[in-house]
Design a protein around this ligand. Sequence first.
Ligand SMILES: [Fe+2]
Length: 186
Amino acid sequence: MGHGGNALEELMTDHREVEEMFGRIEAMTGGGQALRDLVDEVTIELVRHSVAEEQYLYPAVREHVEGGDRLADKELADHGRVENLLKQLEKTDADDAQMSPLLHQLMDEVSAHVRDEENNLFPMLRQACSSEALDELGDKIRRAKAMAPTRPHPSAPDTPPANKLLAPGAGLVDRARDFVTGRGKS
Ligand SMILES: [Fe+2]
């Protein structure tokens, strides 16, 4: 969850974590609850990461990087496609034939996004911002991410906020997003 380091290091560690989860998904034979749990876990991680980027990283890109508005808009469009896939996945049964193509689409989208950020966006931001500003941004991102539990089935599901994340109603993607943005706190 919180890794330490400046904003770019923090976000790159998230990227490695997501890749590791994708590796576990690909290594998995059969579907069922084990696949469901892993898909839910990667969903929460991706939502948490996306919201942190949207709230803190992209505003900094708009402010400090030349042509930043265009870059930030492109990243937001990437996130929109990823979130759309996550919403389809949350409605798809782990044993459904659609599961595998959807997961592969998700992995393709996410790895393109990760490459784009690490090869283009992050180096630009590193150039444009002071190291203090990036450190401060790292702290803010860690605080934002700490708002949501990491697992959909925590060992103590009766403790908030896990109980709210598990509550029926809105889908997992929306509930996770509400937690990270603070809308689910009341
Ligand atoms: Fe990212």
